[in-house]
Write a protein that binds this ligand. Structure first.
Ligand code: GAL
Length: 384
């Protein structure tokens, strides 16, 4: 898998993935609005946490505060995980008498602005959630369709830094005008707000969303199991050429630490997301995460691949597919050849193993490694 020069990243897997397909480029006309979005936000994939994968609708202000505390106390904040994102179910069932969205007073009695202050004082940023329909996916709160300007101003007045914008109850209206209306409203709101489109990849947002927001979901919801994670990785791979500074393919939030996969599988999940320049949005309860979970989420070598300033999304190399299709409980021997990533076989490289942090110096032509089932090895190759 080729990434950036002068280093190359190889990710060796023992798993099943279908061959990658290539994406079309964004139409030139869509680039016009891009200028307005050159706001310095999302220059690298966003890093943070979101409440949905672990808590679903069981959220309240204590959960959000504790998560912000844990983000800082665990050292994860220092590694770049800055967004604390509240997902669905934060608001009152109905708008207030002025038609504004309002926090659910039993679960968020202090209000969202107070929570934003709390999170900001910790050096973190607060994200929130709405929907490009009249109701959100839970149906427990209103969505923002037809209220875009008003809601964007509300979010800005509360000090919100990030909006995840969902696609339920969409009235059969095409996503582009619905998401564009919120994009414009956020740009008019007077506050720099990361715009995360959650349109599930239904209408190929990778093709048009760069002109509208900073990331776009390319797939349906992830589930906390190996089959879901790898199929989502496959679907996302198709759009690799559309990712870059300011706009990222989003194969959904991380499941690392939620219990449905083994530690090795979570290591593979995190490695693929890092290589795919996917948002690194933690989805577990970080207040009670295990040391294994913390070890995966805080590997600085792997995070550095994700946050590399060139922003080139890694993709599956055709030559790798043979290795990837080996299956079974036993380990397999995998040979990674320089020629598979367009490197002259004579090139002498230093090989950095990102998970063990060891360096093998002066390697030529190829590398042979044994990889356990559902495990991965991730290397950066630096020509001498
Ligand atoms: C889904 C979305 C999930 C989560 C959920 C909330 O549409 O993909 O990530 O936000 O709605 O109801």
């Amino acid at each position: 898998m080729t990434l950036m020069k002068p280093s190359y990243v190889f990710l060796l897997f023992l798993l099943t993935l279908a061959p990658g397909i290539w994406a079309v480029r964004s139409p030139a006309a869509a680039m016009a609005r891009r200028a307005a979005l050159e706001d310095g936000i999302g220059q690298t994939p966003q890093m943070g946490w979101n409440s949905w994968n672990h808590f679903g609708c069981n959220i309240n202000e204590q959960v959000i505060r504790q998560t912000a505390d844990a983000m800082v106390d665990s050292g994860l904040a220092k590694l770049g995980y800055v967004y604390i994102n509240i997902d669905d179910c934060w608001a009152a069932y109905d708008r207030d008498s002025q038609g504004n969205l309002a926090a659910n007073t039993s679960t968020f009695p202090s209000g969202i602005a107070a929570l934003a202050d709390y999170v900001h004082q910790k050096g973190l940023k607060l994200g929130i959630y709405s929907d490009a329909g009249p109701r959100t996916c839970s149906n427990l709160m209103p969505g923002s369709l037809g209220h875009e300007e008003q809601d964007a101003k509300t979010f800005a007045s509360w000090g919100i830094d990030y909006l995840k914008y969902d696609n339920c109850n969409n009235q059969g209206i095409s996503p582009q005008p619905r998401y564009d209306a919120m994009s414009k409203a956020l740009l008019n709101s007077g506050r720099g707000i990361f715009f995360s489109l959650c349109e599930w990849g239904s209408d190929d947002p990778a093709i048009w969303a760069r002109a509208i927001g900073h990331s776009w979901r390319t797939t349906g919801d992830i589930q906390d199991n190996w089959a879901s994670m790898t199929s989502i990785a496959d679907a996302n791979d198709k759009w690799a050429s559309q990712a870059g500074p300011g706009g990222w393919n989003d194969p959904d939030m991380l499941e690392v630490g939620n219990g449905g996969m083994t530690t090795e599988e979570y290591r593979s999940h995190f490695s693929i997301w890092a290589l795919a320049k996917a948002p690194l949005v933690i989805g577990c309860n970080i207040s009670s995460r295990s040391n294994e979970t913390k070890g995966i989420l805080s590997n600085q070598n792997v995070i550095a691949v994700n946050q590399d300033e060139h922003g080139v999304q890694g993709h599956k190399g055709t030559k790798c597919n043979k290795m990837e299709t080996k299956k079974g409980p036993a380990g397999a021997s995998i040979t990674a050849r320089w020629s598979s990533i367009g490197l002259d076989p004579a090139t002498v490289v230093d090989v950095h193993d990102l998970w063990t942090d060891e360096v093998i110096s002066s390697v030529q032509r190829e590398m042979k490694q044994t990889v356990d089932s559902h495990a991965c090895k991730m290397y950066v190759l630096t020509p001498k």
